[in-house]
Design a protein. Sequence first.
Length: 522
Amino acid sequence: MTRTSNSPVTVYVPRDSAARSVGADAVAEAIRRAADARNLPITLVRNGSRGMLWLEPLVEVATPEGRIGYGPVAPSDVADLLAAGFLDGADHPLRLGVVDELPWLARQNRVTFTRVGIIDPISPEDYERHGGLVGLRRALDLPPSDVAAAVTESGLRGRGGAGFPAGIKWKTVLDCADALKFVCCNADEGDSGTFADRMVMEGDPFMLIEGMTIAAHAVGAREGYVYIRSEYPDAVATMRAAIAIARDRHWLGERILGSDLTFDLHVRVGAGAYICGEETSMLESLEGKRGVVRAKPPIPAIEGLFGKPTVVNNVLTLATVPVILADGAKAYQELGVERSRGTQVFQLGGNIAHGGIVETAFGVTLRELIEDYGGGTLSGRPVRTVQVGGPLGAYLPTSQFDLPMDYEAFAAAGAMLGHGGVVVFDDTVDMAAQARFAMEFCAAESCGKCTPCRVGSVRGVEVIDRIVAGEQRDENLALLEDLCELMTDGSLCAMGGLTPMPVRSAVTHFSDDFLTRGEGTA
């Protein structure tokens, strides 16, 4: 491959937080300086991450063959890469080939993540060149009821964990007679091993803005809020920048894209409470109050923010809507299995060789995710268990790794998909300690409103400590089960209601870890 000396080469270095945490900024600066010193014209684009986090910082170079990847790249590698001719896609030990053709990426179904890692996140021109605003324009040509019906027909369910059909929620808000309605995006992504919301906001923020604007048209809302956890400063900055650009281009504000729709967005930053991942706690926080769970009914779709009808969805749900409107509900509905339609963005983390983002249709097995995509453990030791669905999700043993990833199959197995986080543990994990952590986590993060969660989690830590110490094990195991039943049935929200899930699964599948230590007085 050859190029003329005055023909700029486009080089992509991610600005995603994960890439920056391992030196992407320094790599970008090293490439810029080295190219300037050699009088090599380049256009440096700071894109989002492709999701192959073990290869970050991943540098891509645009060539006639496609975008050639090199990684992971350190600043000290830059001089050698330039000497080898990487701006022409030349061979080098770090050369990976055409990124889109890498098997790890090529066999995915990238729908929600269709632009993430490809475009400049805050370039509106880039966004439109890659299919942005098609969904919104089509939505604006339809009456609100038809937009809500299309989302229902697609089978899209809430990706925040509950899996409630998004279109039904929208129809409920649409049918409310109130003049004032809201659209709220819950980006308080606090589950262990989850990072897809952050990657969307940092890698394709206009997609989330477009999805929320479509929701506003569908339900008759004029104002929206993106509630982002304080631990995501880069996502906050990117979303604010994108919202400002969207206002300037009349993608937000009055008469959006020349229509009659008026809708504006605001970013609000949480204060670090895990409980605000629960929709009513988030609404309390948005109103300037302490993040405490509200009793239901009424549901937020009828009495939400400031007592008004409110759509509350998470980032992945809202970011998927533009594709559904652009390509049609049927195209999305054809992906997936049974009642789990479309794709899910699985996030592979923990002790895993190839951690990152895998977006594929529902129905892929846990084994495929862990072994084929994840490459097994980073430590090289055997996998013992995987926790799916965050800190309140069940621990699944290897005997259940052929479980298909869909909501109903997981529920039947006493587990949940949650937000799609998959955290891997090797055979050195202490499952009694993991069960104790679940109760300890709940005790620390409970909003304190209901007794089963607030007090039950503290008692749970004490009971597990007695079991591990060998004190009246049979009696305390029975007491632990009673406590789990009480927390499940009596808690106001999923914080206390789901904490027993990891505890029960640990006791059921890994009972030896609770029984083989301590002197035992039973």
